[in-house]
Write a protein of this length. Structure first.
Length: 203
């Protein structure tokens, strides 16, 4: 199989998997090395390297989702209304770990000062860089048969996360990727017509 076909197959294999367990098919060290590779080799605008990442395993992973559950409970008065949220959080807790994605705003500000002509674009490009890291890691996890799903409980958990894990004040939380062993694969995916999403000129 060509490298292109392999890449295409991995892109198709990457899905949002919610039925996860903590029985990973690989070691925690392998997960860390996979994330390290993405951090080193994912591109960024002007080589700014503004994405920051924290990887949580075991008790720290569980602590994150308990913290999130407690935060959400304070926002919902009815226990009945909270039941579905509690069930959803329990699904995240069942996984093996969580990857936290941050953007370092001190880097963004430095880039704005160095290239003022593009100052208004650097925050946008930082988001794009962060998204590329998320995708690169997600695909890499799929390549080793580790399932994942991406969550966005920021900004409501930002301060508690920063306090709990002593996160740099310049790091802003962007997303949380839960990962674990695949207990049940993702369902079928529907696609909108490609003609509505892509145009080709000059062919």
């Amino acid at each position: 199989m060509s490298d292109l076909k392999t890449l295409e197959k991995l892109a198709e294999k990457r899905r949002s998997v919610y039925a996860l367990s903590d029985q990973l098919p690989v070691s925690n060290d392998e997960i860390v090395k996979l994330v390290e590779h993405a951090v080193l080799h994912t591109p960024s605008s002007f080589n700014s390297q503004s994405t920051r990442i924290a990887v949580l395993f075991g008790d720290d992973h569980n602590k994150l989702w308990q913290l999130t559950e407690d935060t959400l409970r304070d926002l919902v008065d009815s226990e009945e209304q909270f039941a579905s949220t509690k069930q959803k959080i329990a699904g995240f807790k069942a996984g093996a770990g969580t990857i936290l994605f941050f953007e370092d705003h001190s880097v963004v500000r430095d880039m704005q000062a160095a290239a003022p002509l593009y100052a208004d674009k650097f925050p946008i490009w930082a988001h794009q860089t962060n998204a590329m890291h998320q995708y690169a890691i997600w695909v890499a996890l799929a390549s080793i048969n580790v399932g994942a799903n991406l969550q966005h409980y920021n900004p409501i958990i930002d301060k508690k996360v920063a306090d709990e894990w002593n996160i740099d004040e310049h790091w802003e939380l962007n997303a949380q990727m839960v990962f674990g062993a695949i207990e049940q694969p993702a369902g079928d995916k529907e696609f909108k017509p490609i003609e509505e999403r892509m145009k080709v000129f000059g062919k």
